[in-house]
Design a protein around this ligand. Sequence first.
Ligand code: F6R
Length: 620
Amino acid sequence: MCGIVGYVGDEQALPVLLDGMKKLEYRGYDSSGVAVINVQSVVSTTGQTTMTVERKAGRIGELLDELDGTTIEGRIGIGHTRWATHGAPTDGNAHPHRDCTGDIAVVHNGIIENHDVLRQRLISEGHTFVSETDTEVAVHLIESIIESKGCSLREAVLEAVSILEGAFALVCISVHEPDRIIVARQEPPIIVGASATAGLVGSDIPALLAYTRDVIPLDNRQIAEVMRGSVRVWGFDGVEVEPETVHVEWDMDAAEKGGFEDFMLKEIYEQPEAVRNTMRGRIDGSGRVTLDEVSWTVDEIKAIDKIVVVACGTSFHAGMAAKHSIEHWTRIPVELDLASEFRYRDPVLNSRSLVMGIGQSGETADTLAAMSFAREMGTKVLAITNVVGSSMTREADAVLFTHAGPEIGVAATKTFLAQLVAANIFALYLAQERGTMYGDKLTETVEAMRRLPEQIEETLLVQDSVLQAAKRYADARDFIFIGRGVGNAVALEGALKLKEITYIHAEGYAAGELKHGPIALIEDGVPVVAILTGEPLYEKMLSNVEEVRARGADTILIAHEGDERARALANELFEVPTTKPLLSPILDVIPLQMLSYFIAKEKGLPPDKPRNLAKSVTVE
Ligand code: F6R
C-alpha cells in the first residue's frame, strides 16, 4: 500500500511532508522517510549532492525522533510511509531511494515485478544497489536513461515506465530540476494538485486537503509534472492531456477513510485491489504459477506427505477452505488445527511434513508458538501473512506475503480474501510441481483466479440487498449460518464476523450437522444464512434450507446469479457470480462481511473497534 507525499512551493517542504505523511500513516507504518532539495546550495558543477534524505524504520514518530527538531531547509521534497513488500522494514529499505550520484530520489507505492532482471542489468552497467527493495531499480533506471540520453527527468520517467512491469505510483525529484516533481501512475492511485503557491502530490486526498480542495486523480498510465501553481499531464504514449480536476468536499476524517464511514467498509471495497496484489507476479503469461519465495526443490516438494495448517480465528477459516483445494488438487492429506490446540495434542510430524501457518498480523502468539514447535520437530514451515518483517516470518522457511496492504479495521476482511488467494496459489503450485493436475485443468483454474478481482467488484454490488436485510434483522437475538464443503468455512466466517462486530449470538455449522442438535434452536423468524454456491452439494444444501424453513426460520441465501430455486426459498437473497467451486469462498464471504458491517451500523456499534478485541493477539 504505502503513503506518498510531495511538495514544491513557497513554504518549507519538510513540515508539509511530515504533516501529509502523518495523515497517510494508515497506508503503511513500517518505516518512513523524506528527501528535500535545498535550491540555494545546488552546486551542479561539482556534482555535489544537495539533497538531504532522512529515513527511519518504524512509525513516523521514529523519524521525528531522528530529526529531533532539526529542520532540513528546502522548498521541494518528497516523503513516504512504507508498507513493506520487498525487503524487510529497515532503515536501509525505507524510501526515498536514490541513484548512484544521490541527485535523484524516488518514492514508490506498488510492486515492480521485473525488478530482479532490471537489477542484474543495472548492476552489470555499473550501478550500485544499497537496498533490498524493488523500488531502487526505478531510480537507477531513470539515472541510466538520463546518462545515456541527456534528457529531462520527465522524459526519463516516461521511458522508464515503458520498461518497468507491475504496479507503481512513482514520484521523483532531481537536484538538476529543483522546481518540479515528476509523478507516474500504473495502477496504484496517486493524486496531484496545485494552488497559487504550491504544487502537491499525495497517494490519497488527506495529504493535499490542507492546501487545496481541487485535486487531479491521475488516470492509469499517466505522467504528471507538478510545479508551484501548475500541473501538466501526459499519457504513457507521450501525448499531453487536459487534466480533470475534482472538487473535494470531505472533511479530514472522511478523507482518511476514502469517503467511507469506517475503515472496515473501505477495506471491504479494497478487496479487488488486495486480491490483484496477492496474485501479482505469481502467475506468468503462460498460466504457470511461479513462487520465487519458495526455494524447495521439486524433489522436496514431491516428498511432502502431509500438510498441517495452523491458524486462529478468521485465518483458521482461510485454512479450512484451503484444506479442500490442497487435498483436491495435490492429493496431499491436510490436517487443520487451531494453533492454540496444535502443540498440546502431540501431533505426528516429521521431515516430510509441511506446517503452514496463516495469520494476517504475523504476530498471533498461538500461531507463532505452533510454528516454532513445528520447526523443533524438523518439519518444513511455510507462513502466509500480510506483514513483512512480522514475527511469523522468522519462524518460517518460506513466506508468502498476501500484499493486501494495511488493515485498520479490527475485523479481518481484505486480509481474509488475500489469504484464501495465497493459499490457493500455493495449492496450485504444489499441484503443478508434483504433476497432480492435468495441464488444462490447471490453466482453467488459473484463468478462474484471474477473473476474481472483477468478480469481486461485481459481488460488491450486492450492498443494497444486504443493507435491506441488515435493517430487517438487526434486532435478531440469534443467527445460524450453514454451509457444506468450502461453504462450511464461509458459514463459520460469517458467524464469526457477525459475533465480533454486532455482538449478536451466531452459530456457524456444517449444514449436515444441523439435524444432530442445533436444529432445536430454530423457531419462528430465526434468521438462517445458507451458502448455496457449492456445486457438488447444491441439492443437499437446498434440502437443509427446506428443513429450516419448515420449522419457521427466515432464510438469507447466498446463491449464484439467476438461481431461481434459491430465490423461491429466500426471504433475502444475495447473488454472487459463478467461479470454480473451490474458489467460491472468495466471493461468497463478501455479502456476509457487509451484513455484519451494516447490522453493526444499525445498532450504532463501532465496526472498526469492537469491544474486547485487538488487531493482533500477542498473548496465549
Ligand atoms: C476476526 C479476526 C481474528 C483473527 C485472529 C487471528 O475478524 O481478525 O479472528 O483472524 O485473531 O489473527 P491473525 O490472522 O493475525 O493470526
